[in-house]
Design a protein around this ligand. Structure first.
Ligand code: AMP
Ligand code: MG
Length: 498
């Protein structure tokens, strides 16, 4: 193999003909490499021994690497509750799959690479700002330990894309465990092709849940496994204060990764009803709605699988309903485990689930009532665990509620403290799960504006560097940890990256 080759092994293109349209990326005028993820390239086994111009040519789509087989995948989706049977990759192309250094199969896809048979009225393009945004969010999610798609490269095209105004165009290269979505299943179910749904399910099982291959009731098991991963994922989002913003069924991945960072945002002052997306007028995808919406999306997946679950439709519905009804309990399980870690609690005590859930909910109520910054409050709670309460107290205006809560928390901690030095060990463990940094919306906007409007990548690069170490408190990076001015958040809206 020449060292410039990428060792592609394209199972989707090979095994799922009829599930995509072959399509070439559009040539772009002047590709310039804006971002390259060397760490991820290394993980993928892609030789980094190329210069920037070669990488730009490759990851703009101008000169696809040998073995790439660009295809636009078909999918449908419920968008804000409305079913759209005909979506698909309107501005993305899967160029191939590789097995990474850990033996995991990963998709490599371009986004913003031009029109495809699924483009409808869209131009198939993307702008620099939203694509760099995908980099920042994907990298911080990864650094936070949350399963996510990640950016391998961003290349500017040297061409304008026309939105409300002309913006510099770009192509993102995205790496995902796969791009199978709930919407992929919906597409073939909606087009009356139960055999294709089966074929797709078999493919998804072999790729993501190989332990189910050949098992009896494997399609029910598949539904259960997808639901389980979503339960774990959404619990992590909730603990990070992450709001996806557009949890349509075409944006929910089968492998359980966070995907499609359009109008997403991290919460600042805690508010369960927080919603930032400019198009989410009804708050369908608000912070607190996310577990419920995940369940709703999984029910849509279940519907596509019914004919595979049992021959008797009534029986199939019964079995699938059991799985969907079990989602909230699974979610609660993951949420509670994450909560305990955030609170510095190692295990449960007698009747503990109820006690700890109530303790966590009271804490969140307190943050909400006093509009306290979600991320920093947790971080300062870790300081309080180590005996330094002042920074936490400074975040709250009214103290009695906080005093009462701290008293409860300390009693709960005492129930498991036996060894000396427990307080410091607790603080340390809390600092490993409660980040000091998240992607602050004003810092993200500032970095993207500099890159997009002035071609200045320095703020983006500095922010990225900081976001890659979200658990390390570093006074030199304090500007990235500070909450946005209240006025900024009051006005802050995010937009779909179209
Ligand atoms: P998204 O909101 O980015 O998840 O996209 C929803 C659907 O719209 C997908 O089928 C996309 O491929 C399609 N889409 C979004 N933006 C464009 C665009 N600029 N051109 C063509 N299709 C697009
Ligand atoms: Mg999408």
């Amino acid at each position: 193999m020449p060292n410039s080759a990428i060792p592609f092994d394209n199972t989707y293109a090979r095994e799922l003909s009829g599930f995509y349209e072959p399509c070439q990326p559009a040539m772009v005028r002047e590709p310039v490499l804006l971002f390259f993820n060397h760490g991820l390239a290394e993980e993928l086994g892609i030789e980094a021994g190329r210069d920037d111009a070669a990488l730009a040519a490759m990851f703009s789509g101008n000169a696809l690497p040998e073995g790439a087989q660009p295809i636009a995948q078909a999918y449908s989706g419920h968008q804000f509750g409305q079913f759209n049977p005909q979506l698909g990759d309107g501005r993305a192309l899967l160029i191939g799959e590789v097995i990474d250094r850990h033996g995991r199969r990963r998709d490599i896809a371009l986004k913003g690479s031009g029109r495809t048979p699924f483009s409808r009225r869209g131009d198939g393009k993307a702008a620099v700002g939203p694509m760099l945004r995908e980099v920042l969010i994907g990298e911080v999610m990864h650094a936070l330990g949350i399963p996510t798609t990640r950016a391998l490269a961003v290349v500017s095209s040297g061409e304008p894309v026309f939105r409300e105004r002309a913006l510099p165009g770009a192509i993102l290269t995205r790496v995902a465990a796969s791009h199978l979505r709930v919407g992929t299943f919906q597409y073939f179910a909606a087009h009356g092709a139960p055999e294709q749904v089966r074929h797709l399910a078999d493919y998804a099982i072999a790729r993501h849940f190989p332990e189910l291959a050949g098992a009896e009731e494997r399609y029910l098991g598949f539904l259960r496994a997808v639901a389980e991963r979503q339960a774990a994922l959404i619990a992590q989002w909730m603990h990070a204060g992450f709001i996806h913003g557009v949890m349509n069924t075409d944006n929910m991945g089968i492998p359980g990764e966070s995907i499609d960072f359009g109008p997403c945002a991290f919460m600042e002052a805690f508010d369960p009803r927080a919603v930032f997306s400019s198009i989410d007028e009804m708050g369908r995808y608000a912070y607190e709605a996310q577990p419920r919406i995940a369940r709703w999306n999984l029910a849509r997946l279940a519907e596509t699988l019914l004919p595979l679950i049992a021959d008797n439709e009534g029986r199939a519905i019964e079995l699938a309903t059991e799985v969907i009804d079990g989602f909230m309990a699974h979610y609660q399980h993951y949420w509670l485990a994450g909560l305990r870690a955030k609170l510095g609690l190692r295990g449960s005590v007698k009747h503990g689930d109820h006690v700890d859930t109530a303790l966590g909910e009271s804490w969140l109520d307190l943050l909400h009532a006093q509009q306290v910054d979600y991320t920093l409050a947790w971080r300062r709670l870790a300081d309080a665990a180590a005996g330094n309460e002042a920074p936490l107290r400074a975040m709250f205006s009214g103290q009695p509620g906080l005093d009462r809560w701290l008293q409860r928390w300390r009693e709960r901690c005492a129930a498991e403290d036996v060894e000396p030095g427990a307080a410091n060990a607790r603080a340390e463990s809390m600092r490993r799960v409660n980040p000091w940094l998240i992607a602050r919306n004003h810092r993200v906007e500032e970095a993207l504006a500099a890159a997009s409007d002035e071609g200045d990548l320095a703020p983006f690069e500095q922010l990225l560097l900081a976001l890659r170490r979200p658990f390390d408190e570093d006074p030199a990076l304090a500007r990235y940890a500070e909450p946005a001015p209240g006025a900024f958040m009051a006005e802050f809206r995010t937009f779909c990256g179209t």
